[in-house]
Design a protein around this ligand. Structure first.
Ligand SMILES: N[C@@H](CCC(=O)N[C@@H](CS)C(=O)NCC(=O)O)C(=O)O
Length: 326
């Protein structure tokens, strides 16, 4: 685990000494958008036109942020349009790494480490080396390393090429989606990390309390509506799903988020099963990479690197969310 400083790799853990033991996530720095005509998006430069075969998506199957982009690539029919590859599950002193000669190799440059992809885009880059990364093979640079932006591009920029017009961020629901995203991001998606990476009791308890308060709110909402923004499945659901699907296997134990498990919330658990069973989604969930990543990479939390065998979770068990109608 580490970061790049002026293009040089340094092996360092997160510094929580200046924030009272609180983990603070840094902002992604590559914020361009692929658009249908190549014009600039809401942030960044122009010049990234949607084209078949031009872009490559680097992910980790373990990472909840990268997982969102994999789900959108699948749901939006982009598998033949955008190539994908995954890093090895362990993130050790060199950060994310590839495994040359295996299906976890870097297919573009045969790089050893993910940080080489960042310095190829900017040889003076300073910051964390995170996944997902959307790479432009034509300009040989990073379009974006922000999953929230990448799923928006996948949602609409390639529609003319694929003919898939399913919309997970419909105009009339955008305000409602943004509002729920904000609550879910701070308290749940990032909340589990704030709990797990806290280095003081107070910081941990603050994150823990906010997390379970937010989950109670979600449980309440899902007792009344099929999805987070009402009767339609939107990006808000997929953003929450990738945290929920990891929760009982990893966050309950490894990140000490143990007030309740997801299977203890009747409505959330029912909802997770519905999402998991949507066509194509189950194959984006790699529980082996998920468990290995967390339990092996964070040696200050789990120094032995032993990965728990359980729990067994029946994601394919029947759900009855149709009761809300569609
Ligand atoms: N804001 C980014 C966050 C991505 C992120 O933090 N990914 C984690 C993996 S789950 C990572 O690569 N961490 C490496 C590090 O922080 O050094 C996004 O949503 O795309």
């Amino acid at each position: 685990m580490g970061l790049l400083v002026e293009g040089q790799w340094q092996d360092k853990w997160y510094d929580t000494s200046k924030s009272g033991g609180r983990f603070e996530r840094s902002e992604a720095q590559f914020r361009n958008f692929v658009t249908a005509d190549g014009s600039a998006g809401v942030t960044g430069k122009s010049g990234f036109k949607a084209e078949a075969g031009r872009y490559h998506l680097y992910v980790s199957f373990a990472c909840p942020w990268a997982h969102r982009t994999l789900i959108f690539r699948k749901l939006k029919g982009l598998e033949d349009i955008i190539t994908v590859s995954a890093v090895a599950p362990e993130m050790l002193s060199n950060g994310w790494e590839f495994r040359s000669g295996t299906d976890l190799a870097d297919p573009l440059y045969d790089a050893e480490f993910m940080h080489e992809i960042y310095t190829r885009a900017d040889d003076k880059y300073s910051g964390r080396v995170t996944v997902p990364v959307l790479w432009d093979k034509q300009q040989e640079t990073i379009v974006s390393n922000e999953s929230a932006d990448i799923i928006r591009m996948f949602n609409s920029a390639f529609n003319d090429i694929t003919g898939n017009t399913d919309d997970y961020y419909p105009q009339e629901l955008q305000a409602a989606i943004d509002e729920v995203n904000e609550m879910v991001y701070h308290n749940i998606n990032n909340g589990v990390y704030k709990s797990g990476f806290a280095t003081t009791q107070d910081a941990y308890e603050e994150a823990f309390d906010a997390l379970f308060k937010a989950l109670d709110k979600v449980e309440q909402r899902l007792s009344q509506s099929r999805f987070l923004a009402g009767s339609v499945l939107t990006e808000a659901d997929w953003r929450l799903f990738t945290t929920l699907v990891r929760f009982d296997s990893v966050y309950v134990g490894h990140f000490k988020c143990n007030q309740k498990r997801i299977v203890d919330y009747p409505n959330i658990w029912n909802y997770v099963r519905e999402l998991y069973q949507i066509e194509g989604v189950a194959e984006t969930v790699n529980m082996n990479h998920i468990k290995t990543h967390y339990y092996v990479s964070h040696d200050m939390i789990n120094p032995t690197g032993v990965v728990p065998k359980g729990p067994e979770i029946e994601f394919m068990a029947a759900h009855d969310r149709e009761k809300f109608g569609s």
